[in-house]
Design a protein around this ligand. Structure first.
Ligand SMILES: [Fe+2]
Length: 265
């Protein structure tokens, strides 16, 4: 099982730049081309939110046009820059299963054979921070209770502090409640997130919590809790998560670009 994680693409309307400086649309097009030529091919591309930079008019249309070139199955959960209705209308043509058609939250429980993937909607419309409110915790608890298979969890906002103070200030409420549910299940192989625009791995819920870097731009490593928000041009990247029955999750952070394997000698 190989799952490619793409996150925080921040696509803008055609002819505009994110933060007035970053061509995020070209960055996503490069990510799509990179994913299409991967060998071995991923079983699934999981996009963990902030597909667009607004929400503003024209952004989902631009994103859908770029993603239509992706030749792999795609599933998507929202981030704080997304819009649930916009996501629901953006993908029916190329990826009818990318987001659920109905329901308040864009949760998905995916059956990947020996592995289960619970993709959670942690967003609050109009807000940058996230939450796992009682209704969402109930949904997660029910999904965990109905199946004891190894389970991978994904959501946009890390349900744990990351040590990047200006991002933790807009983190996810009730992460401790999620942690308790996951510990009780006992077969959680990992918790995949976005939002922080950095590659971070840390212990969480008896498993690993993972933050995927952005396909477009990264946040600066500023461990001082009072450090101001800063972004950087560290390379765009994605993650490749390998999992096989009886083995731990192995997560590779891979810069997006043309880096062909070269023999020694
Ligand atoms: Fe983001």
């Amino acid at each position: 099982m190989l799952i490619a994680q793409l996150t925080d693409c921040h696509v803008t309307a055609k002819g505009t730049l994110a933060l007035g400086a970053i061509d995020t649309n070209t960055a996503l097009a490069r990510a799509v081309a990179f994913l299409n030529r991967l060998d071995p091919r991923p079983d699934l591309v999981l996009l963990t939110g902030d597909l667009i930079n607004g929400p503003k008019p024209g952004e989902y249309e631009a994103a859908a046009e770029i993603l239509a070139g992706l030749s792999l199955p795609l599933r998507l959960i929202p981030g704080n820059h997304d819009d649930r209705a916009g996501l629901r209308t953006a993908f029916p043509a190329a990826f009818p299963a990318a987001v659920p058609a109905a329901g308040e939250f864009l949760h998905q429980a995916l059956d990947l054979g020996p592995l289960r993937l619970l993709a959670l909607d942690s967003t609050i419309p109009g807000r940058v921070e996230g939450t796992l409110c009682p209704a969402r915790l109930d949904w997660i608890a029910a999904r965990l209770a109905e199946d004891d298979r190894p389970t991978l969890v994904a959501l946009h906002h890390p349900p744990f502090p990351t040590g990047i103070g200006f991002m933790d200030a807009i983190g996810c409420a009730n992460g401790d409640r999620l942690e308790a549910l996951l510990r009780r299940h006992g077969a959680v192989v990992g918790v995949l997130t976005g939002h922080v625009h950095r590659a971070i791995a840390q212990s969480f819920a008896g498993s690993v919590g993972f933050c995927c870097p952005s396909s477009a731009f990264q946040m600066a490593f500023q461990p001082d809790p009072d450090a101001p928000a800063r972004w950087t041009r560290e390379p765009p990247a994605l993650a490749l998560h390998q999992w096989h029955p009886g083995q731990p999750l192995r997560s590779h952070v891979v810069p997006i670009g043309d880096f062909p394997p070269t023999p020694f000698g």
